[in-house]
Design a protein around this ligand. Structure first.
Ligand SMILES: NC(=O)c1ccc[n+]([C@@H]2O[C@H](COP(=O)([O-])OP(=O)(O)OC[C@H]3O[C@@H](n4cnc5c(N)ncnc54)[C@H](OP(=O)(O)O)[C@@H]3O)[C@@H](O)[C@H]2O)c1
Length: 279
């Protein structure tokens, strides 16, 4: 599906590099991918690493694109988008935005009214091909373009559709910020293991592999986490002793409060960046 299309990236930083790299790895012809960025050293690196076409000129990148991926920071989205409105109006590419907090109505306004827009909330593990992205499509997006957006994001992980854009702030709280929650738990487990007398190297490696193994089991078994937890918890055993402490400390309520705080902060930042980029 991706083979015959021309894909342009506006912004060639971390997210664009991982998406472009993922697409090339999946067999997308590098000469069909163009990346535009103001930094010559970044363009050189992308051309060398993936063989993609590069340019410092956003208009040139967008001129023949069937898919236009905006991978710039939210605060520069408007200045990057508005000069491309004419090109989007005539060529009518699918517009994909990975910018956190920038809403579909704003993107459509800046690009001239009735662009087909897919807004994406990716996360950092996309940089190692293990991302979790949520996608929202406006009503201008055709079923074929939906498939296309999904295929592009699946080049760096999984993609899940959300039908209500207001839920994007909840997605940010879950998978956007989520890697940090797991890093925190790993950090705390490692520190506790040191206190229990394990050498540093052993504590780190055992923690990392335990996190990886648990995630793999959850993914490969398809079971709910509660089922897997019960399977590995014998009554009166060591795991049960630890879980009782988590429960007594109110871990469940703490996690709910933490995700709610992230969701509310996401809403606030989204409103602030809308105001900032509109003025
Ligand atoms: N990285 C992640 O894990 C992650 C996760 C979730 C969402 N996102 C979203 O993905 C987007 C990109 O993030 P990133 O981490 O890839 O950022 P990044 O590494 O800073 O890349 C953005 C690139 O865009 C360039 N740029 C600035 N103004 C431009 C313009 N007018 N036209 C074209 N390019 C321009 C920047 O150049 P200069 O450095 O010279 O400004 C930079 O090279 C952000 O909106 C972010 O919210 C990223």
């Amino acid at each position: 599906m991706l083979q015959n299309l021309k894909i342009a990236f506006i912004g060639g930083g971390n997210m664009a590099a991982s998406l472009a790299g993922g697409l090339v790895k999946r067999g997308c012809a590098p000469e069909r991918i163009t990346v535009a960025d103001p930094r010559p050293e970044q363009l050189e690196l992308l051309a060398e690493k993936f063989g993609v076409c590069v340019t410092p000129d956003n208009l040139e990148a967008a001129s023949e694109a069937d898919v236009l991926v905006f991978a710039v920071k939210p605060q520069v989205f408007r200045e990057a988008a508005t000069p491309l409105a004419g090109r989007v109006g005539t060529r009518r590419p699918l517009v994909i935005s990975v910018a956190a907090g920038i809403t579909e109505p704003d993107i459509r306004t800046w690009l001239g009214g009735d662009a087909a827009v897919v807004r994406v909330m990716p996360n950092t593990p996309a940089l190692v091909g293990a991302g979790a992205a949520a996608l929202y499509a406006n009503r201008q997006v055709t079923p074929a373009q939906r498939e296309l957006a999904q295929a592009i994001l699946e080049a760096v992980g999984i993609a899940v559709w959300i039908e209500d854009e207001s839920l994007m702030d909840s997605v940010t709280a879950l998978s956007g910020s989520g890697p940090a929650y797991f890093f925190l738990l790993m950090e705390l487990m490692e520190a506790a293991a040191l206190e229990l007398g394990l050498p540093a190297e052993a504590a780190r490696r055992l923690t990392q592999q335990t996190a990886y193994g648990a995630a793999r089991m959850a993914l490969e078994s398809g079971e709910a986490p509660a089922v897997l937890r019960k399977q590995v918890t014998s009554p009166g055993g060591t795991t049960a002793a630890a879980l009782a402490v988590f429960q007594e400390a109110g871990l469940g309520a703490t996690v709910t409060r933490a995700l709610t705080a992230a969701r509310d902060r996401g809403r606030q930042l989204s409103q602030e960046s809308a105001k900032g980029t509109k003025s």
